[in-house]
Design a protein around this ligand. Structure first.
Ligand code: F6P
Length: 530
């Protein structure tokens, strides 16, 4: 099973291999092996994964795969899919994969097969989405619902928000427009309300715990807005308010009708939850079919992750090159650069997925990790926009930052020329980062490019619900594999708690044990500047 990976002899071997490989730039690895592209790419139907532009060899990948086996990946992977408790600090199973499995499967948690529960909920989501699509779900004044406001934060927001942006490209993609509200900053909910008609708006409050301060505050504001704008109707909450949560008691206390409550379960982690009823806004706004295709795309990636040998397994390979870059080549950052306007929110979604999962320095044995690094900082924006901003640093900065380029081969519009230009830019960036330019080092040193900057390229035939499902599941599994190698629990998030506690203390004007900087700032935010 998983343990400190540096105690494995392979770790030392890999350190020597890193020193050795640094003598040969990536571009030379291509000259030495004309089959490198063929050998270091994998196609999974309409999904293509190229890891050839990393500073890595097959021999290094084989050693990394052996290390991963020694860390117990295969056993841990099976344990996750089977519903074993793999999140020990919260005593929970981790079953986002169960959410995309067929109704005939069986996955048992504490003696209960959870697949029927999942499919019962999917059936309710489908029924509601059909009613909304057919204009049969009516508000209190008898008008059909035509707008959704989805209130949630973190995992109860980022996934649905990202998928909505990706799949609502054309007016014909959208059945019911959806506004996503997350921030406690009042401007967020005020904007959504100002663009919605209360008579035809359905508010969906999403919170696994149903205790999250920002979400509950926004839910109260939305509730008051509906009640105020729709006076003389006792059934406002019944017709216009729904909740998704694993805390049925708090949902009921809030005054939300039991029939309007969609469960998620404690074994679904927030940042892995968009496949559960957390995806309700997606099913209602984009239609149930799109939601179903998203789930089945993810299921295809799950099967590949479970069945493909580690050496040909896309999520595993993605994890391995990430480990190589982080732990042996010294990269502390990782850029995700989708060349797709529709994937605008993908980097933000991945920031929670990867950094809340693997931003940890306590290992599974409760020991402080001192002799190796865990999750890197992840950032990114869409190309080509980023090219005119921070790519200077990616090409010539003093840090080497591995990049993921992501694009769809076909556009979702008829501007083929724009799409070709977009893709040329993406390919050129990967090429420039890897090859660099060495011809003018002496005369114009500022025009010199070392190159040797690694990247992954992911292509899908077209960006649709199914390929998006695969893409998201790929990053989920990559995150899981890296957690196993680093010997950490990728499924808790205790690091977010201290800030919440201190904010509650400050909100009650309790300044005990507070440093002078925070005290000074507290005074300024309450009394203004002198
Ligand atoms: O504060 C972090 C966090 O707990 C995330 O892990 C979670 O996705 C988010 O807050 C929202 O939590 P909830 O769904 O319980 O409102």
């Amino acid at each position: 099973m998983s343990s400190n990976p540096t105690k494995n002899k392979i770790w030392l071997d890999l350190q020597s291999k890193a020193k050795e490989i640094k003598k040969t730039p990536i571009r030379d690895l291509f000259t030495q092996d004309d089959k490198r592209f063929d050998n270091m790419t994998i196609q999974l139907d309409d999904f293509f994964f190229d890891y050839s532009k990393h500073h890595i060899t097959q021999d290094i990948l084989d050693s990394l795969a052996t290390l991963t086996r020694d860390q117990g990946l295969e056993k841990a992977r099976q344990a996750m899919f089977d519903g074993a408790v793999i999140n020990p600090t919260e005593d929970r199973s981790v079953l986002h994969t169960a959410l995309r499995r067929p109704a005939s499967d069986e996955v048992t948690v504490k003696g209960t097969n959870v697949i029927p529960l999942i499919h019962e909920t999917l059936k309710r989501i489908k029924e509601l989405s059909t009613q909304i699509k057919d204009k049969k779900y009516l508000g209190v004044t008898g008008k059909p619902i035509d707008t959704i406001i989805s209130i949630g934060i973190g995992g109860s927001d980022l996934g649905p928000r990202m998928v909505y942006q990706a799949l609502s490209n054309k007016p014909s993609d959208v059945i019911t427009p959806c506004h996503f509200v997350s921030n406690i900053d009042g401007d967020d909910i005020l904007t959504a309300m100002s663009q919605s008609d209360p008579e035809t708006t359905l508010v969906i409050v999403i919170s696994k715990t149903f205790t999250t301060q920002e979400t509950l505050a926004n839910a109260v504001i939305a509730q008051n807005w509906l009640k105020e704008k729709l006076p003389n109707h006792n059934d406002v909450m019944d017709r216009h308010f729904m909740a998704v949560s694993s805390n049925g008691n708090n949902v009921e206390k809030f005054g939300i009708n039991k029939d309007n409550f969609f469960p998620m379960w404690e074994w679904v982690n927030g940042r892995f939850s968009l496949w559960s009823a957390v995806g309700l806004p997606l099913a209602l706004s984009l239609g149930y079919k799109a939601f179903e295709e998203l789930l089945s795309g993810a299921y295809e990636m799950d099967k590949h992750f479970l069945e493909a040998p580690l050496e040909k397994n896309i999520p595993v390979l993605m994890a391995l090159v990430g480990i190589w870059n982080r732990n042996f080549m010294g990269s502390s950052q990782h850029a995700v650069l989708p060349y797709s306007q529709r994937l605008k929110h993908f980097p933000a979604y991945l920031q929670q997925l990867e950094m809340e999962s693997n931003g940890k320095d306590i290992d599974l044995d409760g020991q402080q990790i001192t002799d190796y690094k865990t999750g890197p900082t992840l950032f990114g924006v869409i190309g080509t926009n980023g090219q005119h901003s921070f790519y200077q640093l990616l090409h010539q900065g003093s840090d080497i930052i591995p990049c993921d380029f992501i694009a769809s081969i076909k556009p979702d519009n008829n501007l083929n020329t724009s799409h070709e230009t977009l893709l040329s830019h993406m390919l050129a960036q990967g090429q420039a980062m890897m090859q660099g330019r060495q011809d003018n080092k002496v005369e114009e040193p500022y025009r010199h490019f070392h190159g040797n900057r690694p990247s992954t390229t992911i292509l899908v035939t077209e960006l649709n619900a199914s390929t998006l499902g695969k893409l998201i599941a790929l990053y989920e599994h990559k995150t899981f594999v890296q957690g196993i190698i680093w010997n950490i629990n990728s499924f808790d998030q205790h690091g977010v708690e201290l800030g919440k506690e201190l904010s509650t203390k400050l909100a009650s004007n309790d300044l005990s044990n507070t440093d002078s900087s925070t005290k000074g700032l507290f005074s300024i935010v309450h009394n203004g500047l002198k």
